[in-house]
Write a protein that binds this ligand. Structure first.
Ligand code: ADP
Ligand code: MG
Length: 395
């Protein structure tokens, strides 16, 4: 049954949209929100995927909190519908809906007159979870968020900002909900605690695969945490994509400015070998004579040729400097080429590449595609060009 795929068929105006319910968790369909005549959100339609970390980002006042609060019905749309697992949330009881989701806000929302233990066990107690299980879960939560168990009996005022937010996270996760809503949970923290909590949250997510909807106005935070980023401007959803595409292909000038030109260079995991490689390396076949190959190098002003077969399989590199004897001229390139040369894949990150260049001390690294065909070449100068771009673009 578990691998049984459901397909839902929606008739949407004149279009027929087929959605695979398995991948779908929260769906916004033409959602708008107005306060009096002030349109805050305009006709928002998008799907938040199950088990993914989705970040909602935009400038202050653009409607992020409003959108998030619509998911747990703290705010009701003026128009449009929201579905969770294919069910219209209008038909789900408010309290039931809210208890099925974790909710973390900037000001922690911890009750000041209750201990940490009482704060994080409130909902499980209301849900009448067995006392032993509650105790066990609280200890496990403290462990999971990296806090000492002794803090369980403290009051919120006795915690640091970072500890308070960790407790907020523990309270959201303790009932094991599928959906966690987080509204700028780290915005008020100092940079060190902030980074530590981001790392902690990523580790949790790697283990638990919750559907997390996270609001922030900080692009660095979004890029670090998100599987997908939804960018809002002026009440509209202007781009919804994976961080890499947002960095590389901003949808409009607003996104471009919001992302900032430098940003891609501070996120090396999103710069790929294919972004900086030479895509038409000079090649030769293995049965070409060394004489012919040397001439080709001279003409093309290169110091080596990539040796490939007629299917573009990479065989080796012929360096001009490996030809030292006259007799070589009439021999085949295959005799003089260097084999077993380290290669990279075009999808590798430049961090991987930089490591390889440093370790191998080679000046040329062939680039292979998914089928292991030669598709490019990294030279020292292409690397340097790419890195210097960073400083050129800053101006
Ligand atoms: N209850 C309300 N009545 C009138 N306007 C509101 C109300 N709540 C929010 N707003 C306005 O809606 C806009 C979006 O608010 P919000 O969702 O909190 O933005 P964000 O979280 O992106 O900073 C803001 O301009 C805000 O002033
Ligand atoms: Mg807000």
């Amino acid at each position: 049954m578990s691998n049984f795929f459901f397909f839902a068929l929606f008739f949407f105006e004149h279009d027929i949209i087929i959605l695979k319910v398995d991948d779908l968790m929260i769906e916004f369909r033409k959602v708008s929100k107005a306060y009096k005549n002030n349109m805050i959100l305009k006709d928002i339609s998008f799907n938040i995927e199950k088990g993914k970390f989705t970040v909602l980002i935009g400038e202050s006042g653009c409607g992020k909190t409003t959108l998030l609060k619509m998911i747990n019905k703290l705010i009701v749309p003026t128009k449009g519908d929201i579905f969770i697992d294919g069910k219209d949330i209008k038909e789900i009881d408010d309290i039931k809906l809210r208890r099925s989701m974790g909710y973390v806000i900037q000001q922690t929302g911890l009750f000041p007159h209750m201990t940490v233990r009482e704060n994080i066990t409130i909902i499980p107690k209301i849900l009448k979870v067995d006392e032993n299980k509650i105790n066990k879960d609280s200890l496990e939560m403290m462990n999971m968020i990296g806090l000492d168990e002794s803090l369980l009996d403290r009051y919120p005022s006795e915690l640091s900002g970072g500890q308070g937010q960790r407790i907020g996270i523990a309270r959201a996760f303790i009932t094991n909900p599928n959906i966690i809503l987080m509204d700028e949970p780290f915005s008020a923290l100092d940079p060190m605690s902030r980074v530590a909590l981001q790392d902690e949250l990523l580790k949790l997510q790697e283990k638990l695969h919750k559907t997390i909807v996270f609001v922030t106005h900080d692009m660095d935070e979004a890029i670090k945490l998100a599987d997908k980023i939804a960018i809002f401007d002026n009440g509209e959803l202007v781009q919804y994509d994976v961080p890499e595409n947002i960095l590389k292909h901003p949808a409009n000038d607003f996104v471009k400015n919001f992302v900032g030109k430098k940003r891609i260079w501070t996120s090396p995991k999103y710069i790929k070998v294919e972004d900086i490689m030479i895509d038409k390396p000079v090649t030769c076949f293995p049965n070409y004579t060394v004489f012919y190959c040397l001439n080709k190098m001279k003409m093309m002003k290169v110091d080596s040729l990539m040796v490939v077969d007629d299917k573009k399989n990479f065989l080796g590199v012929l360096y001009a400097e490996s030809v030292t004897d006259k007799e070589a001229m009439n021999k085949e390139a295959s005799e003089y080429m260097l084999k077993d040369i380290p290669t990279v894949k075009k999808g590798d990150s430049i961090s991987t590449l930089a490591k390889l260049v440093t370790e191998s001390r080679l000046s040329n690294i062939p680039v292979l595609d998914e089928e292991n065909h030669l598709c490019g070449l990294i030279t020292r100068s292409s690397l340097i060009m790419a890195l210097s771009q960073q400083f050129l673009e800053e101006e």
